[in-house]
Design a protein around this ligand. Structure first.
Ligand SMILES: [Zn+2]
Ligand SMILES: [Zn+2]
Length: 411
């Protein structure tokens, strides 16, 4: 069973808790369109991961079976700790290359595209990480770290990084020097000049201190989150593709094969020793959308409806045929795409969302077996009513859906 299935309720509850605490403290660290977009990216990432992780894992196992120098026993705790430290070291380099090589940045940029910083930002994960990540961990296979061990420490490394995405926890003294903490990961997400290409660590910040990429959070200098060329979209599919498209277009314009290929390996700022362009906070405007309270409520409700489906998909994908899992994944992905369009106030998304929400209700009730799940009649009735009533509500509240997205100054 995919352990993320168990983590999802914890993620949802802690996001709500953080939003509530921030609200009580009068801190505007959440924006519903932004947070939902982050969660949608997380959904797409999990769905694509369900299809691709198996390939990365198979490659690891093949290298481990054929080329390992030795074999680590799994009954000694210190070896598990060592595996975690080694994994984190390799994660540092993978993450660093994710910022210093265009092709890998195109994948990792997803995680940085939110201009807010909260627990939902942690879930804004890429859907194309499978393209490169596995390469960086193959040294562990050669060293003889068993697949079960590497899968476990990879999960620990990933889950650890969740809690550091918050503005509610301040400096933590000596922990900030040893571990990746909210303070030094805030720096990693910053656009301020001093934040660029700093603090790549996963669990341990010592790698940054060793390899010269550490920066301490500056007191009295507000951090502006996000990327220098802002995403300005709530569409999670575009959120995953925009930088690949930028690179493709830039490559087309360049003359000569060397330049055309070289741009994919160049750093995002280009092959230059010049310092990165100065960031001017006065000019920075955060992206959001002035959508009505009722549409916000609708999108939140539909996301809540989507969550059990995602959990069921992740829990049952192994038992489904390729066609079934592909269809199920598509149904969920269309949900994130459609709701993203609703947040952007596009006319096409209104039509798509109407078809989606009514269609989902009808198909769920009509099918005797929903991808391996036989729903009891009361659940079918409740679900159908939810879809019909919320669909009717949506028809009413989305009459004037054209809501232009806006840029807002941060006080
Ligand atoms: Zn990063
Ligand atoms: Zn992060």
């Amino acid at each position: 069973m995919n352990p993320i299935v168990y983590a999802i309720p914890v993620f949802m509850m802690t996001v709500l808790l953080e939003a509530w605490v921030a609200h009580r403290k009068g801190k505007a660290i959440y924006d519903i369109p932004d947070a939902i977009t982050s969660l949608h990216h997380g959904v797409l990432s999990q769905i694509t991961g369900a299809f691709t992780k198996i390939v990365a894992f198979a490659i690891y196992v093949a290298v481990y079976e054929n080329y390992r120098a030795t074999q680590w026993p799994t009954d000694q705790l210190w070896l598990w700790v060592l595996a975690l430290i080694l994994y984190d070291f390799l994660y540092y380099w993978f993450h660093r290359m994710g910022h210093e090589v265009n092709l890998i940045w195109a994948s990792h940029v997803v995680h940085h595209s939110s201009e807010y910083y909260n627990l939902s930002t942690a879930l804004r994960q890429t859907s194309t990480g499978f393209l490169f990540a596995w390469i960086f961990y193959l040294p562990l296979a050669i060293l003889g770290v068993p697949p079960v061990m590497v899968a476990t420490v990879a999960l620990i490394d990933l889950l650890y990084q969740y809690w550091v995405h918050t503005e509610l926890i301040g400096r933590l003294g000596f922990l900030d020097r040893l571990l990746v903490t909210p303070s030094n990961h805030r720096v990693h997400h910053g656009q301020n000049d001093y934040c660029i290409d700093k603090n790549y660590g996963g669990i341990f910040i010592i790698w940054d201190r060793l390899f010269g990429t550490f920066a301490e959070e500056r007191e009295g200098e507000k951090i502006y989150y996000g990327i220098r060329k802002p995403l300005r979209s709530f569409n999670p599919v575009w959120g995953n593709l925009h930088y690949y498209v930028d690179l493709w277009n830039a490559a087309l314009k360049l003359k000569g094969w060397r330049a055309k290929l070289g741009i994919w390996l160049a750093p995002p700022a280009g092959w230059t020793l010049e310092p990165i362009e100065h960031f001017e906070p006065e000019k920075f405007e955060r992206f959001t959308a002035k959508i009505s309270l009722s549409l916000r409520g609708y999108v939140l409700l539909q996301y809540a409806v989507l969550v059990p489906f995602i959990m069921h998909f992740l829990a049952s994908v192994d038992k489904l045929s390729v066609v079934q899992s592909g269809l199920y994944a598509l149904a969920i992905a269309v949900g994130t795409f459609s709701l993203g369009g609703v947040l952007e106030g596009t006319a096409w998304s209104r039509r798509l969302e109407i078809v989606r929400v009514f269609g989902l209700g009808i198909v769920f009730v009509a099918l005797e077996n929903w991808f391996g799940f036989v729903a009891p009649l009361p659940l079918k009735i409740v679900f159908l009513l939810t879809c019909l009533l919320s669909g009717g509500w949506f028809l009413f509240i989305s009459r004037n859906i054209k809501t232009p997205a806006v840029q807002e100054k941060i006080a």
